[in-house]
Design a protein around this ligand. Structure first.
Ligand SMILES: [Zn+2]
Length: 403
């Protein structure tokens, strides 16, 4: 499923500028030390498929009903195993000699795993553990003849790293219409390995994009925790200004804007109603991922009988909220916290809709505004007392990107 989502997104990105030729190269800078763990116990790895439940999987690997219930009970507060996800691998370990259950490991997300095992007193307990990856630093660069995505294919860069790169510059480069032949990019990023096997790209550390003759550089920097204990991190220009702003330019990779923002009344023939259209309609294939344009909290996710179909509302701060209508499927639920760029649902045609599109509304202080013309403030720059630290941190990256 994950793969499916990624490929849709890539198709969408590549579709924005297709038929391209690309030249590029990538090179490794650092080779990590590889540690291969030796399995001491008998390992059973189950790839979770549709229709599998934790109960059926347990039965399959030989875990009895009582133990199964105990595992569910001890792990519930950390991760509810009733909700295991298709496509992930759940690992069971059994004593080689006695065949007794020793441990269960389930990936909660790309950063953490759930461990269920016995403590020294022989009691079953559950714990959340951070996944430790070995990191390899890579540099990739290229000239774009039309699309960034094609470049990833041509030089074997993980497409997910390219998506991340596009995200870094989502505010400053319009990857739909703004790409020019001859645009160049270079970026330094982490690759994550486990037991010597490549897993996924890690953080993008530094990136340079020359778009239509204009150079944009972004450097990753963390200022540490803020007063609320949240990590202050982001991408910054060498000047210390943020590369990112509060909202993404577009919530979806779209084919075209099928309906703009109007405050007057307009007649919609298909439904025999007339109304102003205080929204932007993005025509996109059904199933195209919809992304939250900013960090926020889901204040509504469900069916709307007034014509919006499957609708998600996200509150970003005290001023702004955004609404996403006519979805085929929703990926978040009420009360959930979402991050900028997170997939919150998929384009569809539910409710009063004549074809697959995203009806996107931006609400500022209770009034629907035109997201394409609103002046959205920059995200925060690096604090003055951190500038020296920032400049020192990016010196080597700057040299690498600009040599
Ligand atoms: Zn609309």
């Amino acid at each position: 499923m994950k793969k499916y989502i990624i490929s849709i997104l890539l198709l969408a990105i590549s579709g924005l500028a297709s038929g391209c030729i690309f030249e590029g190269k990538s090179k490794d800078i650092e080779v990590p030390e590889v540690i291969i763990e030796e399995p001491r116990d008998r390992e059973e790895v189950v790839l979770i498929e549709t229709d599998m439940t934790f109960s059926t999987i347990s039965e399959e690997v030989g875990i009895g009903g009582t133990l199964m219930m105990n595992i569910l009970a001890v792990s519930e507060e950390i991760y509810n195993l009733v909700k295991i996800r298709v496509g992930r691998e759940i690992k069971f370990y059994f004593d080689k000699d006695t065949d007794e259950f020793i441990r269960l490991i389930y990936p909660i997300d790309t950063e953490e795993e759930l461990f269920v095992e016995y403590n020294e007193e022989g009691e079953l307990f559950a714990e959340r553990r951070e996944i430790e990856y070995q990191l390899k630093i890579k540099t990739a660069e290229g000239v774009i003849e039309s699309s960034l995505y094609q470049s990833a294919l041509d030089q074997n860069i993980d497409e997910r790293a390219i998506i991340d790169l596009a995200d870094v510059f989502a505010w400053t480069v319009d990857f739909g219409m703004g790409i020019r032949v001859g645009d160049t990019y270079k970026f330094i990023f982490e690759e994550r390995y486990r037991n010597g096997e490549y897993q996924m790209p890690g953080e993008i550390l530094a990136a340079k994009f020359v778009n239509d003759g204009k150079t944009i550089e972004g450097y990753y920097f963390s200022e540490g925790l803020d007063e609320d204990g949240d990590l202050l991190e982001g991408y910054y220009h060498p000047s210390g200004e943020s590369v990112q702003k509060i909202f993404l330019k577009n919530p979806v990779s779209f084919k075209y804007i099928s309906s703009g923002f109007t405050t007057g009344r307009r007649y919609v023939e298909a439904f025999n109603v007339s109304t102003g259209h205080r929204a932007i309609d993005y025509a996109a294939a059904a199933g195209t991922p919809i992304r939250s344009v900013g960090d926020g909290t889901v204040t509504f996710a469900g069916w709307n009988s007034q014509g919006y179909g499957y609708l998600t509302k996200i509150r970003h701060n005290s001023v702004f909220s955004t609404n996403y209508a006519h979805q085929s499927r929703m990926a978040v639920s009420y009360g959930q916290k979402v991050t900028q760029g997170q997939i919150i649902g998929y384009v569809g045609s539910t409710g009063f809709s004549t074809g697959p599109h995203l009806h996107f509304e931006m609400v500022k202080n209770g009034t629907k505004i035109n997201p394409l013309t609103v002046d959205i403030p920059s995200d925060e720059s690096i604090a003055e007392d951190k500038m020296e630290e920032f400049k020192a941190a990016i010196t080597d990256w700057q040299k690498q990107l600009n040599n």
